[in-house]
Every structure is written in structure tokens, then in C-alpha cells.
Design a binder for this molecule. Structure first.
Ligand SMILES: Cc1cc2nc3c(=O)[nH]c(=O)nc-3n(C[C@H](O)[C@H](O)[C@H](O)COP(=O)(O)OP(=O)(O)OC[C@H]3O[C@@H](n4cnc5c(N)ncnc54)[C@H](O)[C@@H]3O)c2cc1C
Length: 199
């Protein structure tokens, strides 16, 4: 699920997932905050701009798509330049407020600590995801390994070592991909490959 509950004023914010999944309609005057430096924020900015909305993108990093490869970054930069989306970097979202029927995003400059306020009718936030782990936690006690992956075995390309653990149990339990931490498709595939190639 989107990781936005930490924001002071989270109830005034919309997640990029809400917009891109179509469950929330884009507003007319949108500020998108990019707190991950990955695909979702520029993706959302492009989507809203293509829908004819006024969009600004504010990023915590010093430049766009900082967590992506050079080629991916150039691609997103080109798209946002084409759509004439204004960008502002080095600014971290600290809170959201409602004033005069508008939403105000309050951002702090990471270098000067100076605050700025941006008014909009929709503040869209990208800050990665947090795993919904009820099923995982519920299964741990019934698993051979208590849901703990043997990292040494994983890195060595060996089978998971289950001796000394619950031998009466019928299955091992592991987390992969975004169930470990909010990352990308390659990480999820690599996690799965490392575990499954030794089955
Ligand atoms: C807008 C956006 C754009 C992105 N663009 C990129 C990109 O271009 N490149 C990239 O590498 N990454 C991108 N990412 C990140 C990428 O989508 C994730 O890192 C990746 O999908 C994680 O894979 P996963 O298999 O761990 O989880 P997921 O892809 O989320 O798969 C988990 C699956 O489990 C299902 N599920 C959950 N709970 C249950 C349950 N109890 N029972 C049964 N099924 C369940 C879910 O419905 C889902 O289908 C993007 C993310 C977003 C939000």
C-alpha cells in the first residue's frame, strides 16, 4: 500500500497509485511530490499532463529520477520537457494544510532549510510502498523457517538450510520483492530467481 501516512496532513494528499489506478480523478491544478526518485512520480506527471491538467513536480532528490538508470532518466526528462511540466528539486515535503479551500504543500529546501508553500487543488504523493504483511505474519508460525530467509545460503546459491528448525512443518516461507521493501521489478525477479533456482 502507498506509504503516505507519515505525512502531517496525509488526509489532504492523494497517492500516485490512486491517480494511476483511476480510483481518484486528477484535479485541475496538481502538485506531485516525488519522494522516491523512481518511475511512479514522473509517470503520474505525464499522465496528468496528457489529461490536460496543470502539473508541477517537486522532488526530494537533486534531480529527476535519481534512483533510475541514465537511460530511464533521459527518457523521463524528455517526456516532462515535452509536456512542459515545471520541476523543482532538493525539496522535501513536510506537511499539507487546507487554506481557503485549497491544499497547501509545505516543502523544506534540503540545503538551506528554507520553507516554501505551493498551493494546488490536489497534492499527489509518491513515497514508495509499505507491504501488507498480515498473510505473511499469519503463516510464520506454521512454516519451517519462521519466514526467515537464510541470506548466506541465498548469496552462495545454496538451498535454504532448514536443519534445526521446525522439521514437522510442511513449507518454507520467504518474502520477495516489494514484500521486503519498496523497490522495482528487477529486484522482485532477482529475489525469486535466487530462491527458486535451488528448489
Ligand atoms: C506507478 C508505478 C510504476 C512503476 N514502474 C516501474 C517500472 O517502470 N519499472 C520497475 O522496475 N518497477 C516499477 N514500479 C515498481 C514495481 O511495480 C514493483 O517494484 C514490483 O511490481 C514489485 O513486484 P512484486 O512481485 O514484489 O509485487 P507486486 O507486483 O505488487 O505483486 C504482488 C501481487 O500479489 C497480489 N496479492 C497481494 N496480496 C495477496 C493475497 N493476500 N492473496 C493473493 N494475492 C495477493 C497482488 O494483487 C499482486 O498482484 C512501479 C510502481 C508503480 C506504483
Amino acid at each position: 500500500m502507498p506509504d503516505i501516512d507519515w505525512i502531517d496532513g496525509a488526509d489532504l494528499c492523494t497517492s500516485v497509485w490512486g491517480i494511476l489506478s483511476g480510483s481518484v480523478q486528477p484535479g485541475n491544478d496538481i502538485v506531485i511530490y516525488d519522494g522516491s526518485g523512481r518511475h511512479p512520480a514522473p509517470h503520474c506527471a505525464e499522465y496528468c499532463a496528457m489529461a490536460g491538467k496543470s502539473v508541477k513536480l517537486v522532488g526530494r532528490d537533486g534531480f529527476l529520477a535519481a534512483e533510475l538508470t541514465y537511460v530511464e532518466r533521459v527518457s523521463w526528462k524528455s517526456k516532462l520537457y515535452e509536456k512542459e511540466v515545471p520541476t523543482r528539486f532538493d525539496h522535501r515535503l513536510v506537511r499539507a494544510e487546507r487554506r481557503d479551500n485549497r491544499v497547501v504543500g509545505i516543502f523544506v529546501n534540503e540545503l538551506t532549510q528554507k520553507e516554501i508553500e505551493l498551493f494546488c487543488d490536489q497534492l499527489v504523493v509518491e513515497h514508495g510502498t509499505i507491504p501488507e504483511d498480515e498473510v505473511f505474519q499469519g503463516l510464520r508460525a506454521a512454516s519451517i523457517n519462521d519466514g526467515v530467509t537464510d541470506i548466506d545460503a541465498l548469496l552462495a546459491g545454496s538451498a535454504q538450510i532448514s536443519s534445526g528448525r521446525r522439521q514437522e512443518a510442511r513449507f518454507e516461507l520467504h518474502r520477495i520483492g516489494d514484500a521486503v521493501a519498496s523497490r522495482n521489478i528487477q529486484s522482485a525477479v532477482l529475489d525469486a530467481f535466487r530462491l527458486c533456482r535451488m528448489l
